[in-house]
Design a protein around this ligand. Sequence first.
Ligand code: SAH
Length: 222
Amino acid sequence: MAAPLTPNAQAYGMLSERTRRRMSDRLRQHGINDERVLSAMHEVPRHLFVDQALATRAYDDVSLPIGHGQTISQPLTVARMTELLIQGRQPGKILEVGTGCGYQTAVLLKTGAEVYSIERLGAILDQARRNLRAAKLVHARLVHGDGNVGLPEAAPFDGIIITAAARALPAPLVDQLADGGRMVLPLGEAEQHLWLLEKTAQGLQKTRLDPVKFVPLLNGRS
Ligand code: SAH
């Protein structure tokens, strides 16, 4: 049997249920309408993925620092990218580049995706592993490596999501996308936009979407 909650933990739990509900309502108002995405965003305890000192801001629509100069994206961006990736289809097998704190990974897992996630910073990946364990989401395959080269041994992927801004489209990732697969990524440097790519029989269809602000996609691992 679980240990009884202290009054504080109970109050916090209630607060977080209410604030989580408010967050999913806000996402709906901003045009997110895939119920799988909305319920995944509602269910994943975002406060477990940020520093404890920032937990009270976890459900605000802001990006937050996660250490090592990296950030967790604002909820609307996570929801939007997830929706673009899986809308109108089964999530299937997804490759995430840039695990960060593991929050986007958690949301993908909750939609029912089979998730592979690559992170170049070992210390951040350890943190993601701890966060995902705390959230009781342990079935993602987390890999310490350079996402620019992808994960050929697990390809092809039904979807690829890059959560750091690439200057140019990494060719190996395009190769590792299944026919009919989708890729969602931020492209650019000072000025960045979200792009949706779809691999069709006619070739790669590219659609430029919202302006965004991500940390850069770097090379190598450390
Ligand atoms: N999806 C994350 C966002 C993390 S920020 C979340 O929900 O928290 C982007 C992450 O991409 C950083 O952790 C950064 O270290 C990582 N990154 C940057 N370049 C990379 C590369 N080439 N391969 C893998 N990860 C990379």
